[in-house]
Ligand binder design. Structure first.
Ligand code: PLP
Ligand code: SF4
Length: 342
């Protein structure tokens, strides 16, 4: 047999090994000044910032690398800047805008929609998105301890109408491979679970998390695995993200994306069309386009329903149907995510 040329030459060995996803996470930016320095942006050119935001800054470097250096209006930068405006009380912008607390079946388990239940696996995220509807969520009371997890699993086992489990958080892909493996093994013992869905921003904001081991875990079956990503702008989808997604897809993991409409970030038909096109290049189908959930501290991101509908009609007239996400909003107590167009 002819031996392949060794892959590692002296040169490549001398290069520094890439950081693991855990290392990248621990080196994420936690201050606006260091982030701005990295991006060559003068802090004085930004709107007024909060000094000690209770929801702290967190931005992985690879996400910062998708921002345009020198641009204080970069659409990715705007998603992570802690502005003074967050502290304003705005009528209608509340702590639990989507009624999750009322729909809590067990600690950490939200059973709101027929056939599906959502498990909060961790409070942690790799990035802190300022528009997040869960930014005020009382995670402390809903931390998933082994006892609480057992109660959630018992609930799922007793409710045979639940066919799909949604792993959410925080970000479920921040669980270690071991924890995730255990959780999936527990869920797979429940015969009526047909689908396991993960909602995660990690493939986009920390693509190094998509390791071959993780892909094996997710693709092991027998249930179908669906990964719903969360990208709001085409610039978030770097080559590294595209590669990670193509690997997931080649292991039969269904890839969908949800976005949130955000003022001065993606509230433009060109931007939304470019996002859909780019998602498709990465083997991801657009799923939902959300009107912002009115969480306290997020009012400066909101756009009106008439603007949202006008954008929707514009992208609908430009794109093939499969690249048009459903425009929805979450209404507390409703039986499904409610389309803006009825
Ligand atoms: C969004 C959500 C779901 C999933 O809804 P789909 O329309 O199936 O995507 C399930 N449970 C909760 C609590 C949710 O917020
Ligand atoms: S839950 Fe999602 S939107 Fe909210 S901060 Fe975490 S990654 Fe961002």
């Amino acid at each position: 047999m002819i031996r392949n040329k060794p892959l590692k030459t002296i040169d490549t060995l001398n290069q520094t090994t890439p950081e693991s996803w855990q290392q990248q996470l621990s080196h994420a930016f936690s201050r606006v000044d260091t982030l701005c320095h990295y991006l060559n942006i003068d802090i004085a050119s930004l709107p007024e910032l909060q000094a000690n935001a209770s929801f702290p800054v967190k931005v992985p470097r690879c996400f910062a690398d998708c921002m345009e250096p020198g641009n204080p209006n970069d659409p990715l930068l705007k998603q992570v800047l802690p502005l003074q405006q967050e502290n304003m009380a705005v009528a209608g912008f509340v702590i639990d805008p989507v009624g999750d607390l009322a729909a809590m079946a067990e600690a950490g388990l939200i059973h709101k929609y027929q056939g599906r239940a959502l498990l909060i696996t961790t409070a942690a995220c790799a990035i802190h998105c300022r528009y997040c509807f869960r930014r005020n969520f009382p995670y402390g009371n809903n931390q998933i301890t082994p006892q609480k997890l057992q109660r959630a699993l018992d609930y799922i086992a007793h409710h045979t109408e639940i066919e799909e489990i949604i792993l959410s958080g925080g970000d479920p892909l921040l669980l270690s491979d071991n924890k995730l493996e255990q959780l999936l093994a527990n869920l797979k013992q429940i015969p009526h679970i047909k689908r396991i869905r993960l909602h995660s921003r990690l493939p986009v904001v920390l693509p190094a998390r998509i390791t071959p081991q993780l892909i094996q875990l997710l693709a092991a079956g027998p249930q179908k695995t669906i990964l719903v990503l969360h990208a709001n702008h085409a610039n978030e989808l770097s080559t590294q993200v595209a590669t990670a997604c193509q690997q997931l897809k080649s292991h039969n993991i269904t890839l969908l994306n949800q976005s949130v409409l955000l003022k001065a970030i993606n509230d433009c038909a060109d931007t939304l069309s470019a996002l859909s096109e780019k998602l498709f290049e990465c083997d991801i189908l657009p799923y939902y386009l959300h009107q912002l959930d009115p969480a306290h501290g997020t009012a400066h991101f909101a756009i009106s329903d008439s603007k949202a509908l006008s954008l929707y009609h514009q992208i609908q007239s430009r794109l093939p149907g499969y690249l048009v996400p459903k425009l929805v909003r979450e209404i507390a107590g409703a039986a499904y995510k409610t389309p803006l167009i009825r």
